[in-house]
Design a protein around this ligand. Structure first.
Ligand SMILES: [Zn+2]
Length: 602
């Protein structure tokens, strides 16, 4: 009944309060914004780079010119926050080996020359006897097992990089070659630390592993370093083995080679510093004068950051090319659309129902970090936020095909979209789910109805070739005018749109594809402490029923210690719907134990 009532109200609206602003939204202005935002000058707007700052300043300058109110920190348009952009080796790294078995006496490794910490190393100092654990792999069916007969408790283990299948990503054992898997296996067997060495069969040059930050894997749980072969060979010389010989023997026998190294004690200290960068969302508003609705907000959002110069770990689909990733469609298009909406609504304050908040997010490409920050520091309290509209990649309209996500997040959306689609030339694809790989998911996770507009993916996605000349400007003009009308409908509807949980496709990341079960959370990807930090608890899911809250850190799950997201995913892979999993979580310094009944996944 609620849907019908809302429908009736909406039908009356155009006559009562005509919305003129749509006509002012123009392809020419959109082109101007996109040409600047996606220009070489802004160098891909990577979060934490000068080009990103210039984009934010451009947005703020326009908002100010149109008379929108600043809603950022201390009366400015900027909402500042900090992101981790990388890591570097600190001054405290050390690696040495002592014992009667070392040829030529005790060995001290020189940082950068002989060894380097790995980016995911836990900082700390460990000492222990040495063992060589082949590739550090245990296959799921145990047909290949480097740990079968090796006691690792308290030891420092040397493992080869890659797998017996070499660096071929399609080999059967290659899927175990990721550092997150090797670290977990070593840690689960009680190893105190891990040393990674690259064998000559995989890389002829004797190089150290690069220090490269991976946002989703920032804590392996034990100190870990990479060493040169020459140094590793010296440590194991008394056993008669060399790194090359271990590799050759595994290949020849098709089975593991693993052994303790008697008489050698290794001490290592790792010190990995995080490089942080300041960034900011741009937030501005138009306050309504409507006495009954003005306290409520409608949030309109788009992210303005992109991948910068790309490169490994940036999210680029051409990671071996360091080049400007222009991000014209992703998401200069949504940014330009949001600017056009701000310009269109600016003179219409007296016609507004709810107040409008325009949020230009940074940090989206690093994992919706700007919108995550916003929902935890909202300009208008979330209880008073009626809905959120997101635009991400709206510049490549083909024919009539517009995708609208989040259509299942409020019973009001169906009729509202029916009405607007009937008046438009669009054929929309409705996706009920409120989660998805963009900023609206953060709002949906907080119980706010969302709509997300998207014109579809294309071969230039996350590549340097996503350039301004490939945008369909008349098409984007139509999309933004459509979004304008939808925003007007939501803004002026007498009844606040109710929130409903949409049926969910698998969420990005932790609750990942391929698992039979879910805990109903989204992890906080930027978290680097021990455990899995919960960013979003899905309403009605197992975690919520077990009393979990956003901000909780899961440290034990079903009896297994959880150090990072990969431990958690490993556990998800072992559980099935209906299983009861005991959870130990840390909340504000207190330890809480609860039990979740895992939900099945279709
Ligand atoms: Zn993107």
């Amino acid at each position: 009944m609620r849907t019908l009532k809302t429908f009736a109200l909406l039908l009356l609206l155009p006559a009562a309060a005509p919305a003129q602003g749509a006509a002012t939204i123009s392809a020419d202005s959109i082109r101007t914004h996109i040409r600047y935002l996606a220009s070489d000058e802004l160098a891909g707007r990577g979060t934490g780079t000068p080009g990103n700052v210039r984009a934010a300043e451009y947005i703020a300058r326009l908002l100010k010119g149109w008379g929108l109110a600043p809603m950022g920190d201390n009366g400015t348009y900027f909402q500042h926050f900090t992101v981790v952009t990388g890591v570097r080796a600190g001054g405290g790294n050390a690696l040495s080996a002592a014992g009667r078995a070392i040829v030529g006496g005790d060995a001290v490794a020189a940082p950068e020359a002989d060894f380097r910490p790995l980016a995911f190393s836990k900082d700390g100092t460990v000492t222990g006897p040495l063992a060589f654990a082949g590739y550090g792999i245990t296959s799921a069916d145990s047909t290949y097992n480097d740990y079968r007969a090796l006691d690792c408790a308290g030891r420092i283990v040397i493992v080869l990089r890659y797998s017996p299948d070499g660096s071929d990503p399609h080999g059967a054992l290659s899927r175990y070659s990721a550092f997150q898997t090797k670290t977990r296996l070593a840690r689960e067997r009680g190893a105190a630390g891990m040393i990674v060495v690259t064998g000559p069969a995989d890389e002829s040059e004797d190089r150290l592993v690069a220090l490269r930050y991976d946002q989703s894997f920032s804590n392996g749980g034990i100190p870990s370093v990479t060493v040169r072969r020459a140094f590793a060979d010296r440590l194991i010389a008394a056993t008669g083995w060399t790194v090359a010989a271990v590799q050759e023997s595994i290949k020849a026998r098709g089975a593991s080679v693993a052994f303790p190294v008697p008489g050698v004690t290794v001490t290592m200290t790792t010190d990995v510093e995080r490089i942080t960068a300041p960034t900011a969302n741009v937030v501005a508003g138009i306050a309504s004068a409507d006495p009954s609705l003005k306290d409520q907000a409608l949030v309109l959002g788009a992210h303005f950051d992109h991948l910068g110069m790309g490169g490994e770990g940036s999210g680029s689909l051409q990671p071996d090319t360091v080049a400007i990733h222009h991000g014209a469609d992703d998401n200069a298009s949504g940014t330009a659309g949001l600017l056009e909406l701000a310009r269109a609504f600016a003179p219409e304050r007296s016609a507004l129902g709810r107040s409008l908040v325009f949020t230009f997010f940074s940090g989206e490409e690093m994992g919706t970090l700007g919108s995550e920050y916003y929902v935890n520091h909202p300009a208008v309290p979330l209880e008073k936020t009626a809905a959120m509209i997101n635009m991400d990649m709206v510049g490549r309209l083909t024919g009539k095909a517009l995708t609208v996500n989040g259509t299942g997040t409020s019973p009001a959306w169906g009729a509202l979209l029916d009405k607007e689609v009937a008046d438009s030339s669009f054929a929309i694809t409705r996706v009920p789910d409120g989660y998805g790989p963009s900023d609206h998911a953060q709002f949906y996770g907080k119980g706010i109805p969302v709509l997300f507009f998207f014109t579809g993916t294309h071969p230039d996605y996350h590549r340097p070739s996503d350039t301004w000349d490939k945008i369909n400007y008349p098409g984007e003009e139509r999309v933004v005018r459509f979004v304008y009308r939808v925003a007007v409908d939501i803004d002026r509807a007498g009844e606040r749109p109710a929130f409903t949980r949409a049926e969910s496709a698998p969420a990005p990341g932790g609750d990942s594809r391929g698992f039979r079960t879910t805990l109903g959370i989204i992890p906080e990807y930027g978290y680097s402490g021990d455990g899995l930090k919960v960013s979003v608890v899905r309403p009605g899911g197992p975690a919520e029923k077990a009393g979990l809250k956003a901000g909780d850190v899961i440290v034990t799950m079903a009896g297994k210690k959880i150090v990072n997201i990969y431990d958690y995913m490993e556990m998800l892979g072992k559980l099935k719907g209906g299983d009861k999993a005991e959870l130990v979580v840390m909340r504000e310094g207190r330890q809480i134990t609860t039990t979740a009944e895992m939900a099945g996944r279709k």
